[in-house]
Design a protein around this ligand. Structure first.
Ligand code: AMP
Length: 472
């Protein structure tokens, strides 16, 4: 099936073919005709499925088919708003809108925090049809009356589950109050996962939506080969360097749980001679953009990232994702590995799992409704005498009784736009919860497995799971 059967205009089809897309992805096939008909949609599309073009192409088409005159203030009104949880996703969506709409007489802009607001104000003043925004900075503009959302015809909530996870619900409510009612606009909600909260949000914001479900909820892309390597915590870095070196991986995205962990790991990998950069919430927007560019250009072979910073990252044909540490929230696993295997490309996701993380692994498998294949690498077998310990998060392993104020020292208007105003306590980037010590006792093996003389060979794992490493 080709794009030209979907009812898109010649100018849009030209932009698509210039992108080298030969046929629509499944989500595009379903979403484009519905959006063109003016329907609201609730789409459970996975990340990497081509969902951005799924909403951007018909949105561009609808706006260009009904040009409007300048509004009462002599400026063209903002007619479409795309809300995204992170700056990176906002930048990427804006770039896609720009690319797909390059032959159309429509103006688009992006606003997010961490950068100066004045150039954004100047751009908005010149007149914009489509605005891509993170919620915090959009509210800053609204408070300064530099944006008028009363003429919005199409609203897109992209990665809505992430926005809720990041505590943006209050910001979203405020933004909704500035928009036309749900029956006077078209609303498209995209979410990788469907929680009850998302369903409630959909009930409030959507008008008799068409449901688009591309994959079972909370599943991972089938093109991603997933496996788990069981390894002791203090040998993970060594194993990671070994895997990267021995397989000659050229581009690897590595996830840690905390910002401090990301920095520390990056330093160690650099010492191992691997060019590494990091992306996390403590970095300025400029440093984040640079890190991503270095990684995309191949100047850095490894990008170490935390969950929130990495959301929405779109890296063409990223072959390898490594979970250096498992996420505390199982859904984050789905998001992390969704960075690879995008748009039908093959990808590989490897999780390095130590005895402390077996409960997290079980939670992830429960979410995925399947067991992940487990392997040991010869020479890196876990020591069965090591007992599970509670997972400590953050630099000092703070406990939940020491909450961290994310916006410390910042006034609400200075707050970076993609930092949540109110964050659910368990969703901050360095999550403060200590997981229960899931594996207090480990059947003691008699001795540590002997280190092999030639490390690196893969072993099957059942013996290990049946033995001292078992989650009890
Ligand atoms: P998304 O899920 O929107 O983040 O898109 C994932 C990747 O798929 C992006 O790099 C897009 O450029 C690419 N993509 C989107 N649609 C197509 C298509 N029809 N054919 C090939 N690649 C596509």
């Amino acid at each position: 099936m080709s794009f030209d059967t979907l009812g898109l205009s010649a100018d849009i089809l030209r932009a698509i073919s210039e992108q080298g897309y030969s046929e629509p992805t499944p989500v595009q096939r379903k979403a484009i005709p519905l959006v063109l008909e003016g329907k609201d949609i609730l789409a459970g599309a996975q990340t990497g499925t081509g969902k951005t073009a799924g909403f951007a192409l018909p949105l561009l088409q609808r706006l260009s088919a009904n040009p409007v005159n300048n509004g009462h203030n002599g400026r063209r009104p903002i007619r479409a708003l795309v809300l995204t949880p992170t700056r990176e996703l906002a930048a990427q969506v804006a770039a896609s809108v720009q690319t797909y709409g390059r032959h159309l007489p429509l103006q688009s802009a992006v606003v997010f925090g961490g950068v100066k607001i004045n150039p954004q104000i100047a751009k908005l003043r010149r007149g914009v049809d489509i605005l891509v925004a993170t919620p915090g900075r959009l509210l800053d503009h609204a408070n300064q009356k530099t944006v008028d959302l009363s003429q919005i015809e199409i609203l897109v909530l992209d990665e809505a589950d992430r926005m809720l996870d990041m505590g943006f619900i209050h910001d979203i409510r405020k933004i909704m109050a500035m928009l036309p009612d749900k029956d006077a606009r078209q609303t498209l909600l995209f979410s990788a996962t469907f929680s009850n909260e998302i369903k409630q949000m959909a009930n409030r914001l959507l008008n008799r939506p068409e449901l688009i479900e591309m994959a079972r909820h909370n599943t991972t892309a089938e093109t991603v080969e997933q496996r788990v390597h069981l390894v002791d915590k203090n040998r993970k870095r060594e194993l990671l360097s070994h895997m990267i070196g021995s397989h000659n991986w050229r581009q690897v995205l590595v996830f840690t749980r905390t910002k401090h962990g990301a920095n520390h790991l990056a330093q160690q990998l650099e010492k191992d001679g691997l060019t590494t950069t990091t992306i996390h919430g403590n970095k300025s927007q400029g440093a984040r953009t640079r890190a991503l560019a270095d990684f995309k250009d191949g100047k850095a072979r490894i990008l170490v990232a935390t969950d929130i910073a990495a959301r929405g990252l779109d890296i063409d044909q990223l072959p390898h994702v490594v979970n250096f540490e498992l996420p505390n929230i199982p859904e984050d696993y789905v998001h992390r590995i969704g960075r690879t295997g995008r748009a039908g490309n093959e990808g590989e996701a490897v999780s390095l799992v130590c005895v402390d993380e077996l409960k997290l692994l079980r939670d992830i498998e429960r979410l995925l409704k399947r067991e992940l294949p487990k392997e040991m690498i010869e020479g890196y077998e876990p020591d069965p005498r090591i007992k599970a310990e509670p997972i400590r998060n953050g630099r000092n392993g703070k406990s939940p009784s020491q909450p961290r104020n994310q916006n410390r020292g910042r006034s609400s208007t200075k707050r970076s736009a993609d930092a949540p105003r109110k964050s659910r306590s368990n969703r901050s980037e360095e999550k403060q919860t200590q997981s229960k010590p899931a594996h207090r006792h480990v059947k003691s093996g008699n001795s540590a497995p002997k280190r092999q003389s030639r490390p690196g060979r893969i072993q099957e794992v059942p013996a290990l799971l049946g033995g001292g490493f078992r989650d009890e």
